[in-house]
Design a binder for this molecule. Structure first.
Ligand code: FAD
Ligand code: GLY
Length: 381
């Protein structure tokens, strides 16, 4: 039973990279009192489990709105990294060495050629390397690789340091953070969300932003269903530690990747499984990752796994982000469905959500990725 009430102007539910980025951007724009409510500890779910790739070009399979969104967000990272270092003293380790996407056979080679063609047509940097050139650039790549593409602008960050920096920013700037606090119910007052109930208190808010990632379906909106079809998609990861750094760049292939980190770890990802909310590594998943790593780099055969973990990606019904005001509920916004690219998309998400929340210019991304698209699809269907 709630025994006290708090009032805030802006309430963000969920302390992952998306919720914290939105709270930071609102604070930077002097938006008023901001409260962030997190069920556990900020930045310890999907945003912690991620590989930190800013893979706008490696991870987007066609030109269009999603590519544009990814590229715009990636372009915000140099400024974000510098600002966070200045504001918090935390270096999020933006590594601009780029990404190599490998082809092991003719089918994959054709796929890469097409990708380079449409990406160049979209004005992006991408260049084909022969197998020999690939191994000149990265000597530990398998001799079975016949060609690759270098995406020099697909960078990486340390996503855990990014979360720590965001968290420190919020602490240093008087954002009220309530951790270990689960939002059990929304307070709905006529046509608007007036705040939330938790086990210990009510928080009354002018504006409420739902940023709970894979747990979106668990937030009950009373009669206002949110038919965005979010599902948790489990991603398992492993990490090796090698005596010398094996790779300079992120190494990508269809079905897997290796991310070399400054601290000497090689992250290997990731499975993609519909396993509900069961967050654990499995023998099969780990075996798949070991095979993928050894296919890319035979030098890893026999190497001991140093760490393993997993996380739940928030995937929407059409696999695209869900961003914007919740139609029919005044004062309510949603930012979820970032699926495989939430680290990449966090800065642009924060920007366009803050514009919408504060009544600024409405980005065309919001009309494309708004939650209303599912209602329209349902009505048509
Ligand atoms: P989360 O980080 O999961 O945060 C949601 C938060 O909401 C959680 O902290 C949770 O505790 C809280 N919450 C839930 N319910 C409640 C409630 N009722 N009350 C209060 N709080 C609540 N993306 C990239 O861009 N690049 C990558 O390389 C990359 N690699 C990935 C690898 C793996 C293995 C995985 C799993 C994901 C990867 N992603 C990557 C995707 C990225 O991690 C996600 O898209 C992103 O973290 C989603 O952020 P979020 O803030 O929405 O979710
Ligand atoms: N973007 C990498 C992953 O989700 O596994």
């Amino acid at each position: 039973m709630a025994d006290q009430s708090t009032k805030t102007d802006y309430l963000v539910i969920g302390g992952g990279v998306i919720g914290m980025s939105i709270a930071r951007e609102l604070q930077r724009r002097s938006a008023g009192r901001i409260t962030l409510v997190e069920r556990g500890v900020c930045g310890e779910e999907s945003s912690w489990a991620a590989a930190g790739m800013l893979g706008a070009q490696a991870e987007t399979d066609e030109p269009g709105d999603m590519l544009r969104f990814c590229v715009e967000s990636r372009g915000l990272y140099p400024g974000l990294a510098a600002a966070l270092l200045d504001e918090t003293g935390i270096d999020i380790e933006l590594d601009r060495a780029g990404t190599l996407y490998l082809a092991f056979d003719d089918v994959e080679r054709e796929m890469l050629k097409k990708r380079v063609a449409w990406q160049k047509a979209a004005g992006l940097n991408a260049s084909l390397l022969t197998g020999a050139e690939t191994r000149m650039a990265e000597p530990f790549i398998s001799p079975d690789v016949i060609e690759s593409v270098l995406f020099p602008d697909d960078w990486q960050v340390d996503n855990r340091k990014l979360c720590s920096a965001l968290r420190r920013y919020l602490d240093l700037n008087d954002v009220n953070i309530l951790e270990n606090t689960t939002v059990s119910e929304l307070i709905i007052d006529g046509p608007r969300i007036a705040g939330i109930r938790t086990a210990s208190r009510n928080v009354l808010a002018g504006t409420t932003v739902l940023a709970v990632g894979a747990w979106t379906p668990m937030i009950k909106l009373g009669a206002f269903a949110m038919p965005v079809g979010i599902k948790p998609i489990r991603g398992q990861m492993i990490a090796y530690r090698t005596a010398k750094r094996l790779f300079e760049r992120v190494i990508y292939r269809s079905g897997g990747y290796i991310v070399p980190r400054a601290d000497g770890r090689l992250l290997v990802g990731a499975t993609s499984e519909n396993a509900g909310y069961v967050k654990l590594n499995t023998d099969n998943g780990v075996r798949q990752l070991v095979e993928s790593a050894q296919t890319i780099a035979p030098a890893l055969i026999g190497h001991k796994i140093a760490d393993q973990w997993c996380g739940l990606r928030p995937r929407s019904a059409d696999e695209l982000p869900v961003l914007g005001p919740l139609e029919g509920l005044d004062g309510a916004f949603v930012a979820t469905g970032h699926y495989r690219n939430g680290i990449l998309l966090a800065p642009k998400t924060a920007e366009i959500m803050s514009d919408a929340i504060l009544g600024g210019p409405i980005s065309d991304h919001l009309s494309i990725f708004g939650p209303g698209r599912f209602r329209t699809a349902n009505a048509r269907g």
